[in-house]
Ligand binder design. Structure first.
Ligand code: PLP
Length: 311
């Protein structure tokens, strides 16, 4: 099956819109801003999670009877994957970090409704999720199952992310995306290189949504070819204290995005990106006349309950 067949079967809206964004923010008048609305691909499948899963699901949908994957109690990835599996008639097992048995999150309640098997792992077990021995044990427990890493972040994810770039007109100067596992950013870096050729001046800017100077750069770099000469950079000033941490200013900005611009954002990923863009504009960080694309990666699970309760 091709990703195109699969997206039709799942009822996804692709390509996603690329919308002009003209906020009333200091500095915005000097540049041309666009928002790539991957949040509009589907109400349940979070934008970048579809991009990351599309190739893998297309390759395996016809032959796989069981998929196993990992995530936290608010995981956009488990939510997207759980829904896809239900639609495709594939058994799904979610290995969840921590025990929410007594008070399942809305995301986990959805998974149960979609007949997923939910298994809670201790934090110690969860930490082994990428270790070969642990994965070999899982393969024995779930014979024939396709085991997908946390966040769907693996090499196969990059091809799907690159299709997002193919939907954008080539003459842009900067493209901005949130960074957690780094696979989305790496896919964008590779995709930008493919469209523009080696002489490109496009820069990919990542907004770190968690604290991790150096660590996040390594995560992105591991997905890139060794001789990649693309211009990319991760900004570390906009995580608001760490993963799923917020600040009053961030929450105000999230509200402003909805009220003033009718773009829903949550404080875990896209809220931090728009917050960063507003700050960068005020600092005059963009050259006059630059074309800037902001990737709205979707994913509103973090907005369904107090995101500070993420563990
Ligand atoms: C998972 C997620 C991200 C992070 O993507 P990575 O590829 O892990 O860096 C960004 N935005 C949203 C909405 C997500 O759900």
């Amino acid at each position: 099956m091709t990703p195109e067949h699969l997206q039709k079967q799942l009822g996804l809206s692709l390509p996603s819109p690329l919308q002009r964004f003209t906020p009333n923010w200091p500095g915005a008048e000097n540049v041309t801003l666009w928002v790539k609305r991957d949040d509009l691909i589907h109400p349940i499948i979070s934008g970048n999670k579809w991009r990351k899963l599309s190739q893998l699901l297309a390759d395996h949908a016809a032959t796989t009877q069981h998929i196993v994957s990992f995530g936290g109690g608010f995981s956009n990835h488990l939510h997207a994957l759980g829904w896809c599996c239900q639609q495709l008639g594939i058994e799904f097992t979610a290995l969840v970090r921590g025990n929410y048995g007594a008070s399942p999150t809305p995301m986990l309640t959805d998974l149960s409704r979609w007949q997923a098997n939910i298994r809670y792992l201790t934090k110690l077990e969860y930490r082994q999720r990428d270790e070969p021995d642990f994965l070999a044990d899982l393969s024995e427990q779930y014979p024939g199952a396709l085991i997908i890493p946390e966040g769907g972040s693996q090499h196969a994810a990059l091809a799907g992310v690159q299709t997002m770039l193919a939907e954008c007109p080539s003459p842009f100067d900067k493209i901005i995306t949130p960074v957690a596992s780094g696979a989305t950013m790496a896919g964008i870096i590779n995709g930008a290189g493919m469209i523009a050729g080696v002489s490109a001046r496009q820069q990919v800017l990542g907004i770190a949504v968690l604290k991790g100077v150096g660590y996040l750069e390594d995560l992105v770099a591991q997905f890139l070819p060794a001789k990649s000469n693309r211009d990319w950079q991760i900004l570390h000033h906009y995580h608001h204290g760490g993963y799923a941490r917020t600040s009053p200013a961030l929450l105000t900005l999230c509200e402003e995005m909805q009220q003033a611009y009718a773009i829903p954002v949550e404080p875990v990923y896209s809220g931090k990106v728009f917050y960063a863009v507003k700050a960068l504009l005020a600092q005059g960080a963009f050259a006059a006349g630059e074309q800037v694309i902001i990737v709205h990666t979707g994913g509103l699970q973090g907005a369904r309950t107090d995101p500070d309760s993420h563990s």
